[in-house]
Ligand binder design. Structure first.
Ligand SMILES: [Zn+2]
Length: 408
C-alpha cells in the first residue's frame, strides 16, 4: 500500500549529505551542516501535511504533532535520526533500486558485490524491490528508512480522519551516530507516554532492551627517574597499565560474549611511561552488575597501587546510558500495542536484545517507554547496506496499526 510513497521518500532523503562528525558533536550540534538540509526539508513537508507545533530548534531537534481527533486517548511518538554514520563515506549517496530482485548476488560496481551467501535475508525479498548504494558509500537506510516510514505513515493518518487517534508526536533528531544524539534535547518538550524509535534493522524485529553503559577513565601516574639510575625508584605507568588491562577477565570482553552477557573493553590508551590515561567501556544488561564492574575497577586500582609502590591510579566513571527495559516494564502497553498491531497485520514480530544503545535509551531515562522498531535495513554502516522496499512498507503499516491499537 505504501511501497511507492515510502520508496520515493527514501530516494529523496538518501541523496542529502547528512554524515555526522563525532569529533565535533559535543560542541556543534548538529555536527555537520548537511543535517540541517534534511531537517529543513522535513520541517517543510510536515508543515505541508498540516501538522501542528512544527518546531525545529537551534540544536536540530525537529518536533511536530498530529492533534488528537478524539479526547482522552494517550499521546504516543515516533522518532528517527537524520544523520548517517561515518564508518565508510556517508555523503554523496547514489541509491539504486534493484527492481523485481531475482535472487543471487547483487553487483554494486566493478569492485564490490553483495553476496547472497552472506545475506540469507535477501531470499525473502525475491520478486520485490531492493535499494542498494553504488558501492562507494553507505546507503543511509540507518536511519532514512525510519524517517521515510514515519513520514509515509503520518501522511496517511492525516489524510484519513476516520482513523481514531490521540495526539501523535514526530521527533527527528541529529547526530545519533556520534553518541551525542540526545545530549541537547529537553525531554520535557515531549507530551508522549511511549515513544517508538524506528531505528532497528531486520524486518519484524522489535527491541525493548539495551545495555547499561559506563565509561571509566583510569589515570596512571608513574614515578620518573633517569633510566640509568632508575633501580628501585622508577615506577613505569605503562607497566602498571598493562598489568591492569591484563587483569580484566578475558571471558568478559566484547569478542568473547554475546546474548545477555556483559563485558569490560579496554578502549583507548594515551600517554607515556610517566603518565597515562586509559579508557575502559563497560556494558551490562543488569545495572547492579554494571555497578559491580565499576567497583571491581576501583578496587583493582587500589591493589595495583600496592603492587607498584609509589605509582598512583585514579578511577573516574560515568554512566553513558541505561537499559530502557525498566521503562518498558513500567508501561507494558507500549510493547503490547506493537505486538497486537503485528497480530492484526499478520506480521510475525519477534523481540531481540540490543547489544548497544539507542536514542530511545536516553529518553527512557525520563520514564517514557521507548521500544525500537525495525526500519528494515541490513549491513548498516557499510557500503554493502541494503533495504527491501517491502520492509519499509511493512514498517509504515505497523506505525499506522500501532496508532489504531492505542485508540482501543
Ligand atoms: Zn540508527
Amino acid at each position: 500500500m505504501f511501497k511507492e510513497e515510502v520508496l520515493d521518500r527514501f530516494l529523496r532523503y538518501a541523496v542529502i549529505d547528512t554524515m555526522s562528525d563525532a569529533s565535533r558533536a559535543d560542541k556543534i550540534h548538529p555536527s555537520t551542516p548537511g543535517q540541517w538540509d534534511l531537517l529543513r526539508l522535513l520541517e517543510k513537508e510536515l508543515k505541508e501535511l498540516g501538522l501542528e507545533d512544527v518546531n525545529l530548534d537551534e540544536h536540530g531537534y525537529l518536533l511536530a504533532r498530529v492533534p488528537a481527533n478524539k479526547e482522552g486517548l494517550p499521546c504516543i511518538a515516533f522518532s528517527s535520526h537524520v544523520d548517517t554514520a561515518s564508518d565508510v563515506m556517508g555523503n554523496g549517496v547514489k541509491p539504486r533500486v534493484v527492481r523485481n530482485y531475482e535472487g543471487g548476488d547483487i553487483k554494486l560496481n566493478s569492485k564490490y558485490t553483495i553476496f547472497a551467501s552472506e545475506n540469507p535475508e535477501l531470499e525473502s525479498y525475491i520478486g520485490s524491490d531492493i535499494v542498494v548504494s553504488d558501492g562507494n558509500t553507505l546507503l543511509g537506510s540507518d536511519d532514512k528508512s525510519g524517517i521515510s516510514e514515519i513520514m509515509t505513515a503520518v501522511s496517511y493518518i492525516v489524510k484519513h480522519p476516520e482513523i481514531v487517534h490521540g495526539e501523535i508526536e514526530v521527533l527527528f533528531s541529529p547526530d545519533e551516530e556520534t553518541g551525542f544524539g540526545m545530549d541537547f534535547f529537553d525531554t520535557s518538550r515531549l507530551h508522549c507516554r511511549s515513544l517508538y524509535t524506528m531505528d532497528g534493522g531486520t524486518r519484524y524485529v522489535i527491541e525493548s532492551e539495551c545495555f547499561n553503559a559506563a565509561s571509566v577513565k583510569v589515570h596512571f601516574e608513574g614515578v620518573s627517574y633517569h633510566l640509568g639510575a632508575a633501580r628501585g625508584r622508577m615506577v613505569n605507568a605503562l607497566t602498571m597499565c598493562s598489568a591492569y588491562v591484563n587483569a580484566l577477565p578475558q571471558a568478559e570482553s566484547p569478542e568473547a560474549t554475546d546474548g545477555r552477557y556483559g563485558y569490560y573493553c579496554a578502549h583507548e590508551v594515551k600517554g607515556t611511561a610517566s603518565s597515562l590515561d586509559l579508557e575502559i567501556l563497560l556494558r551490562d544488561f543488569d545495572f547492579d552488575r554494571l555497578q559491580e564492574r565499576i567497583k571491581a575497577l576501583k578496587s583493582l586500582a587500589k591493589t595495583m597501587e600496592l603492587l607498584y609502590k609509589g605509582g598512583k591510579i585514579s578511577v573516574k566513571s560515568s554512566i553513558s546510558y541505561r537499559n530502557m527495559a525498566q521503562a518498558s516494564a513500567n508501561d507494558p502497553k507500549a510493547l503490547e500495542a506493537v505486538f497486537e498491531a503485528g497480530k492484526a497485520l499478520g506480521q510475525p514480530l519477534v523481540t531481540e536484545l540490543i547489544r548497544g544503545g539507542t536514542d530511545g535509551a536516553r529518553i527512557a531515562e525520563s520514564g517514557i517507554a521507548c521500544p525500537n522498531i525495525y526500519a528494515g535495513g541490513h549491513n548498516m554502516h557499510s557500503r554493502f547496506e541494503w533495504v527491501g522496499v517491502d520492509a519499509m512498507n511493512d514498517a509504515s503499516l505497523l506505525i499506522v496499526e500501532i496508532v489504531r491499537q492505542w485508540a482501543k
